[in-house]
Structures are given as structure tokens and as C-alpha cells.
Design a protein around this ligand. Structure first.
Ligand code: FA5
Length: 343
């Protein structure tokens, strides 16, 4: 047997013996560097290949690779053993007391949006409104067509849309739920609120998110009038923001209500005098609303000659922003606990 082969055998014995005496992770690292490292013994041995006659080189190469594999697997096993021994030593020293109680996790609390939603539910529940949930993923038919917006209707531009397919979308408002409740409840009278997330393909700014909450309201019955709508919204604003709130109704346009209005409330900060919050108008918008359009009643299965109804849709984050002087809607879902803990 010539010198390189002998060296190979010697190296195996030497390395395995050294491995057995490596007692901690530092020693193991040192062993790895010495025998398997880039400048280690095995690597330098492989260089001896050049000294061998050409026909012996493949056999030597194979033998060296086998040795490499043997040493690597012995190393892995030794690492396991040493790790276990180290842990046992540590436990014996009492450094790790597994009987200690864990670090306490403080209780969380409801998100500001959830708190606001629950306040809104409670107020409407007292006024006899049930909560009805409709799907976030909607069809063009429910989000637009049945609400009086056929394809290419210009009012569709009011709602920039996330499309999933040609006919399926993420609802841009909670109004499609109106049709769903009517079709489910006919021929009963209806008094529901429909809370939920809405999605709009919009530029995100301090005032606008592309994902936000709305609460829709719908009442359908015999002889329901505009004054019922105004009374309901006034009562709601007074219960949420204080008993002396005033409501103002302005004419507006939505394809699914006729007539359509926007309801404003006197500014909670300046009480109508004019300030930064209300942009010096004295008023804050609280909801889009109106009398349910006869065609929408029909689409829900209710005959508009016998039935009438009102509907409204309000944001959730924007009123909460006003109430707590939050100047950026992006804080709501930024998951910064320093912000969330304040509420
Ligand atoms: C609507 O979505 C109508 N569906 C409301 C309605 C319902 C009218 C029933 C008539 C009858 P509008 O696009 O104005 O209307 O949205 C209503 C409220 O949602 C706004 O007043 C605002 O508070 C909130 N909102 C709208 N877009 C955003 C947004 N990008 N980020 C946060 N809040 C928003």
C-alpha cells in the first residue's frame, strides 16, 4: 500500500478518535475545521491525488469520498450526542427550570372598529333592527345590476371595483345585502342593519382605505316614509354622539334610492360653529340614504305599490376618526399596538 492510502487510513482512525473526545460544541467546531474544513486534513489529502499514477486516481478519489461521508455522518451523530449531554449538564445545574410559570400574556382587547361596530349594533338593536350578514364576494348582478345599475351605467364610476372575474367582485358597498334580505324575508316587513367590509380599488390616503367597514340599514314595510328615515338617523346620532345632536338632510343621488339624500350631523367638536374637523362647514357627513327605489323593491320581490322602504349606508372608520381625533385611517389596520392600545 502506498503513502496516500496509508494516510487515508490513518486519518480515519485519528479523526474518529478525536471526535470521540470532543466534549462540547466548541470542540466539535474545532474538529470540523481541522478534518472537514476547507483547509482541513481531508482536503489536503485529496490534493495528493496528483502524486498517484493516473489509473489509481479514481480508486483513491472514491476512497477519499467514502471517508468524507463516514466522517460527516460520525460528526452529525456526535453533534447530537454532545447537544444532549450539554442539555443534561445544564439541567443538572438547574439552569433551566421547566416548572417555572410562563411569561404572562396580557389580555388583548377589541379593535377600535369592532368596538364602534358593537356600539352601532346596540343602538340599532334598541330600535328593533336585526343584524344580517351578507357575503363579501358578490356578483355584478347584486352589487350593481339589481341596484339599478345595468352594465355601462355611469353611476358605476362612483365605486372603483376589485374584479375577481368578469361577473364576480369584492363588494364595493353593503347595499347588495338589501336585495339578499328582501329575497329571503319576503313577504315579511324588514328592519335590519347589514354591517361588513367593503372593498374599493382606490388610492389609499389618510381618509380612504381600499378595505373599510360600512353599516347598511334597511326598513321595508307598509307606509314607510322619508320622515321615518330622518327620525331613525337623528335618533341614532343622538344615541351615539349625545342627546342634543342636530341632523341636516341634503339632496343627493344614488341609483338605488329615490329620492336620495346625504345626512349630516352638526360637528361634534365645534357644535356647528366651524372648525378644522368639519372643514369650517359646521357639519359632518354621517350617511348616504334615501327611499328604496321602486325597481329595487321589485328586484327584492316586494311590490312598490304596496310596500315602501328606506335605506342608508354609513362608514365606520370615518365617524370613529372624528370621535377620537384620528387623522389617518391607515392607522386602523397598520397593526401598531401603540395606536391600538389607546382605545
Ligand atoms: C355608498 O356606498 C352607498 N351604498 C350608501 C347608501 C346606502 C346610499 C343605502 C343610499 C342607500 P358612499 O360611496 O358614499 O355610499 O359610501 C358611504 C360611506 O362609506 C362614506 O360616507 C364613508 O364613510 C365610507 N367610505 C366610502 N369610501 C371609503 C373609503 N375608501 N375609506 C373609508 N371609508 C369609506
Amino acid at each position: 500500500m502506498n503513502a496516500p492510502y496509508e494516510r487515508l487510513e490513518q486519518l480515519e482512525q485519528e479523526a474518529l478518535a478525536a471526535l470521540e473526545s470532543a466534549m462540547d460544541s466548541g470542540a466539535l467546531q474545532e474538529w470540523h475545521r481541522l478534518y472537514l474544513g476547507r483547509k482541513g486534513e481531508l482536503t489536503s489529502l485529496l490534493r495528493l491525488v496528483a502524486e498517484l499514477p493516473e489509473d489509481e486516481r479514481p480508486t483513491f478519489g472514491r476512497a477519499a469520498n467514502t471517508l468524507k461521508a463516514t466522517l460527516e455522518s460520525a460528526y452529525e451523530q456526535r453533534v447530537e450526542t454532545v447537544r444532549r449531554q450539554e442539555l443534561e449538564r445544564e439541567l443538572a445545574r438547574g439552569a433551566l427550570d421547566v416548572t417555572l410559570p410562563g411569561r404572562p400574556l396580557g389580555p388583548g382587547h377589541l379593535h377600535l372598529t369592532t368596538q364602534t361596530l358593537r356600539r352601532i349594533y346596540a343602538i340599532f338593536a334598541e330600535m328593533g333592527f336585526q343584524v344580517y350578514e351578507a357575503p363579501d364576494v358578490e356578483t355584478d348582478e347584486f352589487n350593481f345590476e339589481l341596484l339599478n345599475m345595468p352594465p355601462h351605467h355611469p353611476a358605476r364610476d362612483m365605486w372603483d371595483t376589485f374584479w375577481i372575474t368578469d361577473k364576480v367582485l369584492l363588494r364595493t358597498h353593503t347595499s347588495p345585502g338589501q336585495i339578499r334580505v328582501m329575497r329571503e324575508r319576503y313577504p315579511e316587513p324588514i328592519r335590519v342593519i347589514l354591517p361588513g367590509k367593503c372593498y374599493r380599488y382606490e388610492q389609499i390616503t389618510a381618509r380612504s382605505e381600499h378595505q373599510f367597514y360600512q353599516v347598511e340599514g334597511l326598513a321595508v314595510g307598509h307606509g314607510i316614509r322619508m320622515s321615518d328615515l330622518i327620525g331613525t338617523l337623528t335618533e341614532f346620532a343622538r344615541r351615539l354622539y349625545g342627546p342634543d345632536r342636530r341632523i341636516r338632510i341634503r339632496g343627493s343621488y344614488f341609483p338605488f334610492t329615490e329620492p336620495s339624500v346625504e345626512a349630516d350631523m352638526d360637528c361634534i367638536l365645534c357644535r356647528g360653529a366651524g372648525c378644522r374637523v368639519c372643514k369650517y362647514s359646521g357639519w359632518l357627513e354621517i350617511a348616504g340614504a334615501g327611499m328604496v327605489h321602486p325597481q329595487v323593491l321589485r328586484n327584492g320581490g316586494y311590490d312598490p305599490d304596496e310596500w315602501s322602504g328606506f335605506a342608508f349606508g354609513m362608514g365606520v372608520e370615518r365617524p370613529a376618526m372624528l370621535q377620537y381625533s384620528i387623522d389617518d385611517i391607515r392607522l386602523f389596520y397598520g397593526n401598531d399596538l401603540r395606536f391600538l392600545r389607546q382605545f
